[in-house]
Design a protein around this ligand. Structure first.
Ligand SMILES: C[S@@+](CC[C@H](N)C(=O)[O-])C[C@H]1O[C@@H](n2cnc3c(N)ncnc32)[C@H](O)[C@@H]1O
Length: 280
């Protein structure tokens, strides 16, 4: 069997299972198995494929047909133009989270700062920021042991393990440090909305990374309360928030003595990221 025939059989199975990106996913699975760029696969479609590759391909396509996200199947997700290791222990990094990275990197470029990432997951935020701000150091914490394992793996993979420590603890248990920058993309989905998420997300991604409690604000509140005690006087708190949460988050920030420094909107004009500092 050649690559073209194998790709179309994979795509057909995925289409039958209502995977919208059936053609692309089939190509990405095969290029990953052949350790080739997708483009290079597509110009060598007549190449014969080994029996072993066909078996592996069928196994991975069957996982995708059962709605497992491609990033978990391929154990990889691109974020900030870097290849992050991912597994089921951590949320798959989302493109909108790059908005947060972009804004804090602009603000702190070339500064020697100490960063905390609360709820670090794969470590995608703090590792991307450290890769651009060479003088900075940081700590990433997460209540999930599995997520911390993933983040540590990524820090080694990206050669940043000398500038970052990953610690398995809840954000409420951070004492004894002060930070110039606190970043966080906390779980912010209302518990009652989780059932409406797509199968890919609700059946495979960790609940603890999604569930923000009754109003979606449980962990956001904890992040803001904790930041009030561990952020340096001139520091910045950078938070990713969910759709429609800006008004409430803005009130909580005010109550805790913060004022907004910058709001970042997504392409649909929703505020998705708030940068705040202490009121003068
Ligand atoms: C939405 S995910 C974000 C992961 C990663 N920062 C990203 O942007 O892809 C939220 C993370 O917060 C962690 N988390 C939830 N509650 C926490 C708590 N109380 N203390 C520390 N981490 C927590 C979860 O385990 C999860 O990894």
């Amino acid at each position: 069997m050649n690559a073209s025939e194998l790709l179309s059989s994979g795509s057909k199975i995925l289409k039958k299972n209502k995977i919208e990106t059936h053609q692309l996913d089939s190509e990405l699975v095969l290029s990953s198995l052949l350790k080739k760029q997708r483009e290079s696969l597509l110009i060598n479609l007549n190449e014969e494929v080994s029996k072993n590759t066909i078996n592996n391909f069928e196994r991975l396509i069957s996982r995708r047909a059962h709605k497992e996200p491609l990033a978990y199947i391929l154990r990889s997700k691109e974020f900030w133009s870097k290849d992050f290791f991912v597994d089921k222990g951590a949320l798959i990094p989302r493109p909108e989270t790059e908005l947060l990275c972009e804004s804090v990197i602009k603000l702190f470029k070339n500064k020697k700062i100490h960063i905390l990432d609360m709820g670090t997951g794969t470590g995608c935020i703090i590792l991307s920021v450290l890769s651009e701000i060479k003088e900075a150091k940081g700590i990433g914490i997460d209540v999930s042991k599995e997520a911390i394992k993933v983040a540590k793996k990524n820090s080694k993979k990206l050669g940043l393990n000398k500038r970052v420590k990953f610690i398995n603890k809840s954000l409420e248990d951070i004492y004894g440090y002060k930070f110039d920058l606190i970043v966080s993309n906390p779980p912010y989905i209302k518990t009652s909305d989780i059932k409406n998420l797509s199968d890919d997300v609700k059946r495979f991604e960790p609940k603890i990374a999604l569930d923000g409690g009754k109003d979606g604000l449980d962990v956001i509140k904890k992040v803001i309360y904790k930041s009030n005690t561990i952020l340096n006087k001139l520091g910045i708190l950078a938070l990713e928030i969910g759709y429609g949460q800006y008004f409430k988050v803005s009130q909580i920030l005010k109550e805790k003595n913060f004022e907004e420094e910058l709001l970042v909107r997504d392409y649909r004009d929703n505020v998705r990221c708030v940068l705040a500092k202490f009121k003068d």
